[in-house]
Design a protein around this ligand. Sequence first.
Ligand code: FAD
Length: 307
Amino acid sequence: MPMRENPMPHDAVVIGGSYAGLSAALQLVRARRRVLVIDDNRPRNRFAARAHGVLSHDGRPGAEIAAAARAQVAAYPTAAFRMAEAVDVSRIDGGFSVAFADGTKTLGRRLILAHGVEDVLPEIPGVKERWGRTALHCPWCHGYEIGGGPIGVLGRGDHAVAYATIVAEWGQVFLFMDPAGLSQDDARVLARRGVTIEPTPIERLEGEAPTLTGARLTDGRFIPLKAIFVGASVRQSSGFAESLGCEMTDSPVGRIVKVDAQQQTSQPGVFAAGDLARPASNITLATTDGMLAAHGAFRSLIEEETA
Ligand SMILES: Cc1cc2nc3c(=O)[nH]c(=O)nc-3n(C[C@H](O)[C@H](O)[C@H](O)COP(=O)(O)OP(=O)(O)OC[C@H]3O[C@@H](n4cnc5c(N)ncnc54)[C@H](O)[C@@H]3O)c2cc1C
């Protein structure tokens, strides 16, 4: 085993201890690297009762999947956890300093940002209290469980048509959008997918939340629905990437951190993994990103140690 000496307490600090962050930590502790995972337990899917489409975990609660991963990482002697919110990050000589609300700080040689994103929901009454249950974002994650029948789609701008076209696989879709400006090609595709366009805006969702019975429209009509897919946009859960000067990029869902194939950001020593650096994501992709970020960070540590 190579000899290493470094005054920093951690080879890597991972901000965000969910799927991406734990996946990164697992790789690094298996390389006997000292890793601190910081997490304040607000994973994006916390509103959903179960996670689907995750190989060997299909239908298991998302929190259970994360808890099992956390226990496995914690079993390695070089793993450390701090269950708290990181409030500030700065570059220092040889690495990074991460601050907490109680005024304490920790230091690490590399930084892996895995703090995820927050969904920005439309201001339609009834969406928020059904989010993750009958107001959904991803048909691949929750479409099957609806079991067919009438499904609403609230698309955003240019993506509404593509979204409704996909969701139509899982039921009889009502697409709530203004059809003005819809191209003939789009209209034809929607018709072939059996999508009904409903131009009247939704006033509110009805039913005893989280159950959904349907959408009340602004003209008083009621459209029965079993679920509604909402093309939410996202924002970064924390502003660390931008404050560190990492290049950002616009995606169809919102601003994300720009990374290369190794999840390296534009700032040396800063890696980003999971939803915060992906236009569309899920647990599988987030864990893949975490693994890639860890390998990237590991390579950069070796380069420094052998320079
Ligand atoms: C309602 C809903 C249901 C979903 N269902 C599925 C599904 O069935 N299957 C599937 O594959 N995907 C599903 N997804 C997508 C999935 O949740 C995400 O792709 C996945 O959680 C991304 O993992 P992540 O590690 O990047 O971020 P997250 O899981 O969001 O984790 C980020 C972590 O960072 C922590 N954090 C943030 N800021 C700080 C800070 N400053 N200090 C400390 N900690 C911080 C948070 O507390 C959180 O624990 C769903 C998403 C939603 C919104």
